[in-house]
Design a protein around this ligand. Structure first.
Ligand code: DGY
Length: 324
C-alpha cells in the first residue's frame, strides 16, 4: 500500500519532492493559513496517514493526537522548537516525534544579532523617521543609540543558538559573555571566555544585552516577569528569538513605559500572532513576525530534514532527529 503523508501547510518543495520520490503520496493542506483545531481534526482522518508534517503553529496536543489514525507512525515538526507537540502523548501511541535542529542555528543567531544591532543603533526608528518625512538634515542629537562593542552579553539559555550568538558577538564585537543555563557549557566557556551563573538574576543584573535562547517549558514560561525586568540595567536591551510566552508581555510593556530598561527586540510574541498593542506604540521596541529562521537556504534544509525523518522512520530505520 502506498504510504500516505499529510502536511498541515505548504513548506519548501524539496520535502514533497523527496517524499514523492520515496513512493509516498503527499496531501498538503490547501488552506492558505493555519488550520483551525476542527479543520486539523477532520484533515487528519481523511486518509490512513502514515506520517504528518506539522508546524510550530499547529497545536498537536493529546486530543489531536488521539484523533489521528493509528496508522500514523511519525509527526515530523518543521521547527527546532517542539513545545506545540505533546511528545509524551505521541509516544504513548507509539509515534516518533522529530524536529529540525542544527540547520537553523547560524541563521537564527545571525537574525538575533541583527535585532540587537537594530535596537542598539535605532535603525527601525530611523527608517520610520525618514518615511514619515521628518528628516530635515543631519542633527547632532538625533536618535542617539548605544555602542555594543566591549559591552556585556547575557544569555538566558546557552545551547546551540545562544552559543552561536555569543560567538558572533564575542569575536566580532568584543562582548563579554555571561550566561545562565541548567548546566555549564564548557565549549562556550573556552570559545568565548563565557562565565556561568547559576541564577538568571545574576546575568540580568550585569548584562547590557539580554538574549533569550531557552525552549518553552512550564519552567520557562514567564521566565522574564516584572520582578526580573526590574533586575535588568536601566540601559539594557532585551532580545527574544525563542518563544513568546517566555516573556510576560504585559510586564515588558510596563517596564518599557516606565523606562526601567532601554528597549526590546522581539521576533516572537506571547499571544502570537497577536502582538500586545501597547508594544507597537512604543518607539524603543523592534518587532519582527517570527522570522529568525526565515532564509531560503535554511527553510529548504529544514524541509529536507523533515522529509528525511519521515522516510527513515517509515522505512524502519531510526529518524536522525527523533526526540529522546
Ligand atoms: C523554530 O524552528 O523553532 C523556529 O522558531 C522557527 O523559526
Amino acid at each position: 500500500m502506498t504510504k500516505q503523508i499529510f502536511m498541515t501547510r505548504r513548506i519548501p518543495a524539496l520535502a514533497e519532492e523527496m517524499l514523492r520520490a520515496a513512493g509516498y503520496e503527499v496531501t498538503v493542506s490547501t488552506k492558505d493559513g493555519v488550520l483551525t483545531r476542527d479543520e486539523l481534526k477532520s484533515a487528519l482522518v481523511e486518509k490512513q496517514y502514515d506520517g504528518v508534517v506539522s508546524l510550530l503553529t499547529d497545536s498537536i496536543d493529546a486530543d489531536i493526537i488521539a484523533t489521528m489514525p493509528p496508522s500514523v507512525k511519525i509527526i515530523a515538526n518543521y521547527a527546532v522548537g517542539f513545545n506545540n507537540i505533546d511528545v509524551a502523548a505521541a509516544r504513548a501511541r507509539g509515534m516518533v516525534v522529530t524536529n529540525t535542529p542544527d540547520v537553523l542555528t547560524a541563521t537564527v543567531a545571525e537574525h538575533t544579532v541583527a535585532l540587537i544591532l537594530t535596537a542598539a543603533s535605532r535603525i527601525a526608528e530611523g527608517d520610520r523617521f525618514i518615511r514619515e518625512g521628518k528628516f530635515v538634515g543631519w542633527d547632532p542629537l538625533l536618535l542617539l543609540g548605544m555602542d555594543i562593542k566591549g559591552k556585556t552579553l547575557g544569555l538566558l539559555g546557552a545551547g546551540r543558538i545562544g552559543s552561536e550568538v555569543a560567538d558572533i558577538l564575542h569575536k566580532g564585537f568584543g562582548m563579554e559573555v555571561l550566561y545562565c543555563d541548567t548546566k555549564p557549557n564548557e565549549m562556550l566557556e573556552s570559545a568565548c571566555a563565557a562565565k556561568f551563573f547559576a541564577t538568571h538574576e545574576e546575568v540580568l543584573e550585569k548584562a547590557d544585552i539580554v538574549s533569550i535562547h531557552v525552549p518553552l517549558l512550564p519552567t520557562t514560561q514567564h521566565l522574564i516577569n516584572a520582578e526580573r525586568l526590574l533586575r535588568m540595567k536601566k540601559n539594557a536591551i532585551l532580545v527574544n528569538t525563542s518563544r513568546g510566552p517566555v516573556v510576560d508581555e504585559l510586564a515588558l510593556v510596563e517596564a518599557l513605559k516606565a523606562g526601567t530598561i532601554r528597549g526590546a527586540a522581539l521576533d516572537v510574541f506571547e499571544f502570537e500572532p497577536k502582538v500586545t498593542p501597547e508594544l507597537l506604540a512604543l518607539p524603543n521596541v523592534v518587532v519582527n513576525p517570527h522570522l529568525a529562521s526565515a532564509t531560503e537556504g535554511t527553510r529548504t534544509k529544514m524541509a529536507e530534514m523533515a522529509a528525511t525523518n519521515i522516510i527513515e522512520t517509515l522505512e524502519g530505520r531510526t529518524a536522525p532527529n527523533a526526540l529522546a
